[in-house]
Write a protein that binds this ligand. Structure first.
Ligand SMILES: [Zn+2]
Length: 369
C-alpha cells in the first residue's frame, strides 16, 4: 500500500474520486499538507436531484480544511464539476466529504464540534486554528439542524429558572420539560423577565406545542415570571419549587447576620455555620460559633432556627398537613421574631411564604397522584 492509498482510505474516497497528488507546503507556518482530489477525464457524476449519472458541464476549484495531519494543517483541493442533467439542467454536484457551502470537511466539523462540547467556542477555535466566527457558523448550522427536529407537541409540564451568567447582571432563563429526565431543556433565552415566557410560548408553538396544553409550571416566586405565566400560559397551575423557598430563607439568615454583625461582633465562623444545613458536617470553629451564638441569643441564630425548621414543613405527608404546618410555622416564627431589629428579610421571607402558600403546596398534590 503506498502513501496515496493510505490517504484515500483515511478520507473515505470512492469512485470516481481519487487522490491525485499530495504536497507539503513548508513555506507556510504551520506547514500545510495539500491533498488534491480529482476524477478521471470523462467521469460521470450523480445529479443532485435524481442521482442519474451525468457528464460534467464545467469545473470550479474548491478547497476545504481537513483534520490536521500530525502538526500540519491539511487542506483538500478538488475541481468540482457541475453536471448537465437531461431532466434538471446544469447542477452543482455534492461532494461526499463536505456539506454544501462549508469550507470544512465533515470529519473536521465533527472534530470541531467535539471540542465545542467541552469548552467555549473561542478556546476551541484557537486550538483548531480558525477564527471563532467561522467556528460559530459551523455550530449554528448543526444546532439549528438539531433544533428543527424538536417536537413540543407532548409538552405538558414546564419548569423555568433564571441563571446569572458572565458574573453579574446578565441573566438567561432556561425552560425545561418536567416530564423528561434526560435532555430536558426546551428553550433558553436572555433575560429573566415576563418577556422570557412570551418568547418561550412562541418557541413552543413553532415546534408543534400548544400553550393551552401546559397544565403545570414550576418556578420561583419572581413577580415577573408569575405575571408572564398568567398572561402567556393562562391554563397552567403554578407550583413554586421548594428549593426556592429554602433559598429565600437562607438569604434572609445571611442578611440578618450582616446587619447584626455591624452592631455586635459575631464569633468567627458564624457565616458558614448558619448557612450550612444542620445535617452538613460543620468544622470545629463553626460548631463553636453556633454554641456562642446560642449563648448570646443573637438574632442571627433565631433566623437560623427558623430556616432549619423549614424541614418540618417539607416532611409533611400530604397537602392538608403541609398547609397546616405552613400556618403554624409562620405563627411560631413571628413570635420568635418579636422585638428583633435585624430580621426584616426573615419577615419578608415569611410573607412570601404566606403569599405563595397555595403554589408551594401544589407539590404535595402532585406527589399524591
Ligand atoms: Zn437530474
Amino acid at each position: 500500500m503506498n502513501t496515496n492509498e493510505i490517504m484515500v482510505l483515511g478520507l473515505g474516497l470512492q469512485a470516481p474520486w481519487h487522490l491525485k497528488s499530495q504536497h507539503l507546503d513548508m513555506a507556510k507556518n504551520p506547514h500545510e499538507l495539500h491533498l488534491k482530489i480529482g476524477a478521471e477525464r470523462g467521469s460521470q457524476y450523480p445529479c443532485p436531484e435524481c442521482q442519474r449519472m451525468c457528464s460534467a458541464h464545467d469545473f470550479t476549484e474548491k478547497r476545504w480544511r481537513h483534520l490536521n495531519f500530525f502538526q500540519h494543517h491539511c487542506h483538500i483541493i478538488a475541481r468540482v464539476p457541475r453536471v448537465r442533467c437531461p431532466e434538471h439542467g446544469v447542477r452543482q454536484i455534492k461532494v461526499p466529504w463536505a456539506r454544501e457551502g462549508s469550507g470544512f470537511t465533515l470529519l473536521f466539523e465533527q472534530a470541531a464540534l467535539t471540542l465545542v462540547r467541552e469548552m467555549p467556542v473561542q478556546a476551541a477555535a484557537r486550538i483548531i486554528g480558525i477564527t471563532d466566527k467561522r467556528l460559530w457558523r459551523v455550530v449554528f448550522h448543526y444546532v439549528s439542524q438539531a433544533l428543527s427536529q424538536f417536537d413540543f407537541s407532548e409538552v405538558r409540564a414546564v419548569g423555568l429558572d433564571e441563571t446569572a451568567c458572565k458574573r453579574g447582571h446578565n441573566y438567561v432563563t432556561t425552560f425545561i420539560d418536567m416530564e423528561k429526565s434526560s435532555e430536558p431543556v426546551l428553550f433558553v433565552t436572555p433575560g429573566k423577565g415576563k418577556e422570557t415566557v412570551r418568547d418561550f410560548k412562541a418557541a413552543l408553538e413553532s415546534k408543534g406545542g400548544n400553550a393551552a396544553n401546559i397544565a403545570e409550571v414550576v418556578c420561583d416566586m419572581s413577580p415577573a415570571f408569575l405575571s408572564g405565566i398568567r398572561e402567556y400560559l393562562p391554563e397552567s397551575e403554578v407550583t413554586v419549587d421548594w428549593f426556592h423557598v429554602v433559598q429565600k430563607f437562607v438569604k434572609s439568615v445571611d442578611e440578618t447576620r450582616k446587619l447584626e454583625h455591624r452592631h455586635t461582633p459575631l464569633p468567627k465562623g458564624t457565616r458558614f455555620a448558619v448557612l450550612k444545613g444542620r445535617k452538613k458536617r460543620l468544622t470545629t470553629t463553626q460548631i463553636n460559633a453556633l454554641d456562642a451564638l446560642l449563648e448570646m441569643k443573637s438574632e442571627t441564630v433565631t433566623a437560623w432556627k427558623i430556616k432549619e425548621s423549614l424541614a418540618w414543613i417539607r416532611n409533611a405527608e400530604n397537602l392538608e398537613q403541609a398547609k397546616e404546618r405552613i400556618q403554624v410555622f409562620i405563627k411560631k416564627a413571628m413570635k420568635l421574631l418579636e422585638g428583633s431589629k435585624y430580621t426584616a428579610s426573615v419577615i419578608a421571607a415569611l410573607e412570601t411564604l404566606k403569599k405563595h402558600e397555595n403554589r408551594i403546596i401544589q407539590r404535595w398534590g402532585i406527589q399524591k397522584q
